[in-house]
Design a binder for this molecule. Structure first.
Ligand code: CU
Length: 398
């Protein structure tokens, strides 16, 4: 349409104008009733009108089969006053809170105490953590979709700071943050209905929010779908977090928080369950071959997205972002700061399986390693140990 001087040929302009007029007339005459079958060339409309059976590759979507909205069931209409009162049982990592195991709604009471205490961050390294329940992560809370939860947060009198809690499972102002903001030596209570199933981070949301999270104030609340999760042999609770100390990784002594480093997202430590080695050696988690394993995995952040991977395993199921969409056959799953996932797999071969953030310098240089030790019978079809080793001499003898 353009010659070597860059001029557009008049014929091309005429052709385009004719086409435009023809299209305009077509639209005026037929409007939306233009039948795809009358088109002389395939169009998007015609494509969309063909049967899906004509497609070589059909898109398959894993529709959530278990998802139910609150108020879908008659039981959701039962008044709170009629619900049985249950004391919530907490689970301290790597142990989970016990499965809900009930097919009715309840009024669940949860108490969680905030403390500030010096604990081990790595060998020879201590840190003044701010905690829910005296641990990092804070304990797992586990309820059933539709439960009415009365939540009491207590700030220990020995604390120096005010604290609160924002539970991502809560629908309402600040996730409970305003309702629970308390000074040392106070406690506050609020209630919420767990409207939606999923696995949710909770965290402190007191200013400076980043600092409270960076000091270890996060954990998971599991809202089981009404029919519960499928039974498995082993469940574990792991939460990743990044830490910002004045000293670099491994520098000994009591380390102070470094605000500038946190702003720069220059983590000195990236760890599972609050310290280097929390899931390694004698602290490892265990399973036997043939076990089905479920890991509730959260990421407290405050900054870094996790590329969660178990070396030598493939996740059979990943509850994408811990929601109702289940993916299969996944190697590494992204878990955002302030997010979670649920991964499930079956152990086939004995060995030591490293849990890592596959942003791999974090694993080998900043602490993000855990170990799942699998014992039991060896399936030599699934995997052989090394069967041969010998000197290698290239054919050309070099
Ligand atoms: Cu706090």
């Amino acid at each position: 349409m353009r010659d070597e001087r860059g001029n557009v040929h008049i014929g091309a302009i005429y052709g385009l104008a004719t086409l435009f007029v023809a299209l305009a007339v077509g639209v005026a005459l037929f409007g939306s009733r233009v039948d795809a079958a009358t088109a002389t060339e395939p169009t998007h409309a015609a494509h969309g009108a063909t049967s899906t059976a004509d497609h070589a590759h059909e898109l398959t979507v894993n529709m959530p089969t278990t998802r139910k909205a609150f108020l879908d069931d008659p039981e959701d209409l039962v008044a709170v006053a009629e619900l049985p009162l249950i004391k919530g049982v907490l689970g301290y990592a790597p142990n989970v809170a016990p499965p809900v195991d009930r097919d009715y709604r309840a009024h669940v009471e949860i108490e969680l105490e905030v403390t500030e205490e010096v604990m081990r961050l790595a060998d020879g390294v201590e840190y003044r953590f701010w905690t829910f329940g005296g641990s990092v992560p804070g304990p797992m809370i586990r309820v059933r979709q539709g439960d009415f939860v009365t939540f009491t947060l207590q700030n220990h009198p020995s604390s120096l700071m005010p604290h609160n809690i924002d539970l991502h499972a809560v629908t309402g102002q600040g996730g409970g943050a305003e309702a629970t903001l308390i000074s040392p030596g106070q406690q506050a209570t609020f209630s919420f209905t767990a409207l939606q199933a999923g696995v949710y981070i909770y965290h402190c949301a007191t200013a400076p929010v980043g600092m409270h999270i960076a000091n270890g104030m996060y954990g998971l609340i599991v809202v089981e779908p009404k029919e519960g999760y499928a039974p498995v042999d082993k469940e574990f609770y792991v939460v990743q977090g990044d830490f910002y100390t004045k000293g670099n990784f491994g520098e000994r002594g009591l380390q102070d928080f470094d605000m500038q480093r946190a702003i720069d997202e220059d983590a000195a430590y990236v760890v599972f369950n609050g310290s280097v080695g929390s899931l390694v050696g004698e602290n490892a988690i265990f399973a036997e071959t043939g076990d089905t394993v479920r890991i509730f995995f959260g990421n407290g952040g405050p900054n870094l997205t996790s590329s969660f991977h178990v070396i030598g395993e493939i996740f059979d199921n990943v509850y994408v972002e811990a929601g109702g969409l289940v993916n299969h056959d996944v190697q590494t799953t992204l878990v955002p700061a302030g997010g979670a996932t649920v991964v499930e797999f079956k152990t086939d071969v004995p060995g030591t399986y490293n849990l890592v953030d596959h942003a791999i310098f974090r694993a080998f240089n900043k602490g993000a390693v855990g170990q799942l030790v699998v014992t039991g019978d060896h399936d030599h079809v699934v995997f052989t140990e090394r069967t041969d080793i010998r000197p290698y001499v290239p054919a050309d003898g070099q």
